[in-house]
Design a protein around this ligand. Sequence first.
Ligand code: C2E
Ligand code: CA
Ligand code: CA
Ligand code: CA
Length: 278
Amino acid sequence: AKQMGGGQYCFYTEEMDQHITRKLQLENGLRKAVEKEGIDVYYQPQVDVYSGKIIGFEALARWSHPELGFIGPDEFIPLAEETKLIVPLGEKILFEACHQYRQWINEGHNLERISVNLSAIQFMDPTIVSTVERVLKETGVAPEHLEIELTESIVQDSIQALPVMNRMKTMGVQLALDDFGTGFSSLSYLKDFPLDTLKVDRSFIQTIHENEKDRAVVDTVIQLAERLGLSVIAEGVETEVQLDYLRSHGCAEYQGYVFSKPLNKTEASALLTRSMAM
Ligand code: C2E
Ligand code: CA
Ligand code: CA
Ligand code: CA
């Protein structure tokens, strides 16, 4: 960098400084947000392809930084993992989501499940099983109504992950494999792991109408799930064309903007009430 022109060098370090400053700002902000309930949980409906009824919700974390504004989970979740803040943060999200699910049940809504994302670091934390047990007990949610979404990165560390997955299964919690079809080279874990659901990654859904290869992947995942006795849910469904395709190819559940984006709890409650009246 030294032999660069003065202006360039300056610009470069300034940008680096800004990057580091932002990161530190985010880190501090995140620590405060975790302490003071500054992270919100949003809910995206999971829908029955055939009846159009809401089956459940996926909980998705949202953060509005006091100075920096909205920060997406794709930015703050990795930061929370790096700083280990994901453990207390993830516990709060899990609690909040289960609590909200229980509230909806109490209000008379017929909801099968609440889905919660767990990151690898959270899943490998020695306290995870007891945390899930305690949250279920405290919120009064039966374990079969909680679905935990895991990514393939967790599954890769199978020696550590398998016993934890088995303990979750014994407890009665449902396990879904998120972003399925991205980033892993072997299918062998599918038969070894006690999974209930495959989530087809939205990258395959989004070009269904234009790309024969993506259709092949989607069809194969649906058939594979069927053969293995697993449920399948498509994510990132944005158009009626995509939805029609899933319907006519036996994918029973979906989520995506075509039905609803993730909603805050008030909006989600209103949507549930409206759909109950239909
Ligand atoms: P994900 O688990 O794969 O979540 C799906 C993402 O797709 C969400 O982004 C959702 O808002 C977005 N999405 C839903 N429908 C559509 C659609 O029709 N089109 C498009 N283009 N996108 C759609 P979001 O909420 O920004 O979350 C991004 C990622 O951050 C999540 O990906 C998940 O990996 C992570 N994340 C979010 N909340 C949590 C959390 O509470 N805990 C953990 N560990 N990770 C989380
Ligand atoms: Ca997910
Ligand atoms: Ca996903
Ligand atoms: Ca994703």
